[in-house]
Design a protein around this ligand. Sequence first.
Ligand SMILES: [Cu+2]
Length: 295
Amino acid sequence: MKHFFLRAFTLVGAATVSAAASAHVTLPPGGATAGDSYAAAFRVGHACSGARSTTGITVRVPDGFSVQKAEPRPGWTLTTSPGTVSWRADSAPSALPAAERAEFVVRGTLTSKPGPLWFKVLQSCDVGSADWAEVPAAASDKPAFPAARLDVLAPGVAAVDVRDAWVRFAVKGQSGTGAFMTLAAPSGARLTGVSTPVAALAEVHEMKMEGDVMRMRAVAGGLELPPRQPVELKPGGYHVMLMDLKKALVVGETVPLTLEFVDAAGRKGVARVAAPVRAAPAAGGGDAASTAHRH
Ligand SMILES: [Cu+2]
């Protein structure tokens, strides 16, 4: 229960945090379920400061993750020893250029104990190195060289990152509106249901052309979230339809949403979000979409 709260709470500042975090060596956000096998895909998005290329990556594996296999990288030598996995470029041409992104993947099994796991990663470059090894002492800490964080989740907590959630405002008497967000499931999942206290019914919808008319309808079987590929719910595209609204939704208030997922192994999990109410974006077909809606 405590974890639900933390996840909902961290959403508020997620957009700015993720922008900063993308410069670091990171794991995909969204976490993984305790006791599961997990592919830790370390994302390297840039070289060390002042360097032209990355020439080596060494992951220090924390207690709580037992390595089964690391994925080789062509032109690089892979070395595993107890506690570390490292890749080293065999020559300058096989080094990773500063402007290119790459993933270095280690497969293994997670501890059965929920909580954050920190993977310390040493990035070696043609010039210098960067040791991504700092563990924040508090949630508000923003170290310069943070270790890669993995949230190990209790069963029942969805291993899905919910980002930039918002709900379109609704006037009194309006029957329905849309909720939008970006979902990312590191190990894959399916969004199967949504509930909220402000609406009697919530459905996951998609837009489809019927003849030359764009209409929306419920996504049969739920919305598929492929592993490590964010799916955007936005006006004119996939969205959560809140129907039979119980009240007006005023810009500035927040709407609690409970998102239900089924993971790749068929297990159910939920994510709870506090989504701010906003006015419609200046561009986009959301309002037209709402009027085309049929029940
Ligand atoms: Cu809809």
